[in-house]
Design a protein around this ligand. Structure first.
Ligand SMILES: Cc1ncc(COP(=O)(O)O)c(C=O)c1O
Length: 447
């Protein structure tokens, strides 16, 4: 059995405990038709079969993986009450748990008293960061790299903030000279530094960007939606380590527990170093009733209703798997780093593939061999399709051809972009599956 039913028994026991907290209430049990519910549930399960196997190590494509059982069960358990973390009344316990989670994430990055909260995901979290950026530096630009997540340009548009892009070097990291040129115009309010770009997993050179603050005045927002948890990994390369070691010096950080934090969607998180930015959120709402004088999370969040279940799940996960360097969770992140390097090395020895940048985290990007850009791109798409027939699921990425040429100087062709293969090796189990993944890649390339 691929799904462990012991989970269900564990859930049942936690529900018994939850129910005991309400045992003084008059008996009340809504009447449901479980035969009908079961029939519909089975129908839904059949529909869900039409998915790629995100939970399996042979899914080595996009940023997808199932939550840890403790997160899944804690989330489910809390749904018997379905708390809403908008206001304290709606989620008394889960709001307290959310505050603990925020404090833990803050201290992982070296911040003692960050202001922050959980939100729907990386997009919402970055929206709040850029909203604050615009309020603090009205009329000034947001700058991010050409490889930053597209959400930054779109959010800037939503917020009517000017947006500009700094160039990247061949490995996908922000080019500091290009950034400095933009800064010298004097109209940049905030620089978005990505630690773990979505496409290739690049880590922007944070120490050098921090150095530019000696000459220019600007805020730094770190988008670590994908890469943030690697802060506690022990097997980062030297450049990535240097970047994460300086993360506490920035103004705001986005980290997505629903990416590497083992959580169900949607669980993003925004953290601000200076709690005073909370004043920007001030609102007078006749609807949110107050049961305490404490700041409640609805007062420092742009979203109103939010799943208290997300906080319960994240709290339970942090309790079981604390974010300690050297701990079980950190070691599982190290396995992802090692898996990515191992796959890169196997591909580098193969004449069917051309490896691009050495992975800085757990994302591997590789071109298919070919006579020119057109041929290589076609081969990549064919390998992608053939691998899927052998249950290996990959992703494709369209990269600037110049990035590929840096690693493959003989590459000919006038096209501006090349289609490459991309694998996010997010599951620690991937480390034990590299030989099998590589073998399917080889047979897919040769057939
Ligand atoms: C670096 C980065 N920022 C932001 C996002 C957007 O996050 P979400 O999809 O959770 O809204 C992503 C998603 O992949 C990402 O990788």
């Amino acid at each position: 059995m691929m799904f462990d039913l012991a989970e269900i028994e564990t859930l049942r026991k936690s529900l018994d405990t939850l129910a005991k907290g309400f045992s003084d209430l008059p008996d009340f049990g809504p009447d449901h038709d479980y035969a009908a519910i079961g029939a519909v549930l089975n129908e839904a399960a059949k529909k869900m079969q039409e998915n790629f196997p995100y939970h399996h190590p042979l899914y080595a494509g996009q940023m997808l993986k199932p939550p840890h059982p403790v997160a899944r069960l804690a989330y489910a358990m809390s749904l018997w009450l379905n708390p809403n973390n908008h206001a304290l009344d709606g989620g008394i316990a889960s709001s307290a748990m959310e505050k603990e989670c925020i404090a833990n994430l803050g201290s992982m990055f070296g911040w003692e008293k960050p202001l922050g909260h959980i939100c729907g995901g990386g997009t919402m979290a970055n929206l709040e960061a850029l909203w604050v950026a615009g309020r603090l530096h009205p009329g000034k630009k947001i700058v991010a790299s050409e490889q930053t997540h597209y959400t930054h340009a779109r959010i800037s548009d939503v917020l009517s903030l000017a947006f500009d892009e700094a160039a990247v070097s061949a490995d996908g990291r922000m080019d500091v000279d290009s950034l400095e040129k933009l800064l010298s115009n004097g109209d940049v309010g905030t620089v978005v530094v990505t630690l773990g770009t979505t496409g290739v997993g690049a880590i922007d050179p944070l120490p050098e960007i921090l150095g530019l603050r000696d000459k220019h005045e600007f805020r730094i927002h770190v988008d670590a939606a994908y890469g943030g948890y690697f802060h506690i990994a022990s097997k980062l390369g030297a450049d990535a380590r240097r970047a994460f070691d300086r993360i506490r010096e920035v103004d705001s950080i986005v980290i997505d527990p629903h990416k590497h934090g083992l959580q169900p969607y949607g669980c993003g998180c925004i953290l601000f170093c200076d709690p005073a930015v909370g004043n920007l959120y001030k609102h007078d709402s006749p609807y949110t009733y107050f049961t305490s004088d404490d700041l409640h999370l609805g007062e420092i969040s742009l979203e109103c209703s939010r799943a208290g279940a997300s906080a319960v799940a994240l709290w339970a996960t942090q309790k079981l798997l604390p974010m300690n360097p050297g701990g079980e969770f950190a070691r599982s992140l190290d396995k992802c780093l090692l898996a990515a390097r191992a796959l890169w090395q196997r591909l580098d020895q193969s004449d069917s593939f051309k490896c691009l940048m050495m992975p800085e985290i757990d994302i591997v990007v590789y071109a298919a061999n070919g006579d020119d850009i057109t041929d290589s791109s076609r081969n990549a798409r064919e390998i992608f399709a053939r691998a899927a027939t052998q249950n290996l699921h990959l992703a494709l990425i369209e990269l600037p051809a110049n990035m590929a040429r840096h690693y493959w100087p003989e590459l000919t062709g006038d096209e501006e972009t090349i289609t490459c293969l991309r694998s996010c090796l997010m599951k620690p189990e991937h480390l034990d599956w590299i030989e099998q993944i590589f073998s399917i890649l080889e047979t897919s390339a040769k057939s």
